[in-house]
Design a protein around this ligand. Structure first.
Ligand code: ZN
Length: 74
């Protein structure tokens, strides 16, 4: 079985994070709303937003790094 490195996975996931994360159980509304949503990371009720730009990333005002890419959300 071949192993994929992180860079290969990151490249393959570009633009696909909403589908990947929805398949992993996050609500689809997490990625369709332009408004702040409940955060699947910290549980905050209004501090999460998905930014569907470039490879896709999220922002949460409560997290130390203020968010990250799909890998960080997983
Ligand atoms: Zn959060």
């Amino acid at each position: 079985m071949n192993r994929l490195d992180k860079d290969t996975l990151r490249q393959a996931a570009q633009g696909c994070w909403p589908a990947i994360l929805t398949a992993l159980g996050l609500p689809a509304a997490t990625f369709t709303s332009k408004r702040n949503r409940p955060c699947p990371c910290c549980g905050g009720t209004d501090r999460f937003q998905w930014i569907d730009k470039d490879a896709g990333r999220f922002v949460c005002r409560a997290l130390e790094g203020q968010g990250g890419d799909g890998f960080a959300l997983v």
